[in-house]
Design a protein around this ligand. Sequence first.
Ligand SMILES: Cc1cc2nc3c(=O)[nH]c(=O)nc-3n(C[C@H](O)[C@H](O)[C@H](O)COP(=O)(O)OP(=O)(O)OC[C@H]3O[C@@H](n4cnc5c(N)ncnc54)[C@H](O)[C@@H]3O)c2cc1C
Length: 400
Amino acid sequence: MTGRKVVVVGGGIGGLASAVALHRRGWDVEVFERAPAFTEVGAGLSLWPNALRALVALGLADRVRALGETDTANGVRDRAGRWLTRADNDELRRRYGWPLVVVHRADLVRVLVEALPSGSLRPASPVLAVRQDSGQAVVVHGAGQSPADLVVGADGIHSGVRLGSWPGAAPPRYAGYTAWRMVTDPLPEARSGGAVTWGRGERFGYTSLPAGRAYCFATATTQAGGAGKGDAASTHADVLDRFGNWPDPIPALLAAVPASAVLRHDMYDLPPLSTYVNGRVALVGDAAHAMTPNLGQGACQALEDAVTLAGCTAATADVRAGLSAYDRLRRPRTQTLARRSARLGAAGQWSWPPAVLLRDLAIRLIPDAAPLHARAGGVSVLGWTPPDAVDITAALEPGR
Ligand SMILES: Cc1cc2nc3c(=O)[nH]c(=O)nc-3n(C[C@H](O)[C@H](O)[C@H](O)COP(=O)(O)OP(=O)(O)OC[C@H]3O[C@@H](n4cnc5c(N)ncnc54)[C@H](O)[C@@H]3O)c2cc1C
């Protein structure tokens, strides 16, 4: 089944990973990205064992792991800095074969880009529309039109592909809080591991990155619309004002954050879609199932999508049948995780003192990372492996 052409709309983690996975299966790939370059925001990214297994399928796991930090013992603390629960990365490694790896996003994107033929990448090329006529798909862009056997909509939470081909889909909904992300300069003192501190209506997390840096993230309950307002200095000042007196090492970490390095985005997720495919168009990543970041699984799921999409479309010459199997394998799992993440985030943002007290007590009693050790879509979240021939055949022929 060589000679098939796929156009990927969006060159973020989901789009690039899909392009790599399909290229490895013999597809002729072309990736359109509206930004002038293929890169990512200045922030860290947690890659859990399920994502590492997707990267194994792409032949990239060892490279990504070498670029990331695995000394990421972690846990949850209360606002006074007392540990409520602690996580052990060695235990994760023993149980799931891979540890949690934290990478700089730009490093992951670079590895994905380098795995693609350079001629397949089209930066500064916004896609204007996707059409489907008489059994073929056509992608319309600034330089003309590209016909394709398959179009992958990997254009993020505000996906234009979704808007055009899923006209009835509900828009993203505000989760009730905003998030800041920042990477420190190399820290003066060596430190490792991380923690998330849960306050009242606010949270602050940090974890180590290679080269002595740390990745920090924070949330606060606010009205929608604050992100994007104000300059870099006022965004930095806002974070210092809110979190500068939180328990150690938070003040020292914030002191090592350059004023220009603080990103702020309001948090949204996507109401569940009834399908991820329409004819020859498939949605992956945030375009299909944008979730709040509370489980650190959004990009991990995009990597799983990529590998599953390539596996399903390789199993049959009928692209539409392959896409139906992809939808069956991916939708229940990703929508379960999106719901779970939303619930966790809502509890994380509680501010009424009695509720916070009860929540903190509950965290002490619940086994560490319980939502990730549970199952989603019939498979353990962290124990996911790429679908094999039996899984794909069952998804291709669900009635049998
Ligand atoms: C605060 C925060 C923390 C997070 N932490 C984690 C974590 O630790 N672990 C984890 O797994 N996930 C995490 N996530 C989720 C993760 O960032 C996303 O799920 C993931 O980046 C989605 O990738 P994507 O490729 O689907 O979409 P995007 O990254 O949004 O990429 C979409 C791309 O499409 C391009 N595009 C859009 N429209 C067009 C067009 N018309 N033509 C051409 N190109 C277009 C955009 O420019 C962009 O490059 C976090 C998210 C947030 C907000």
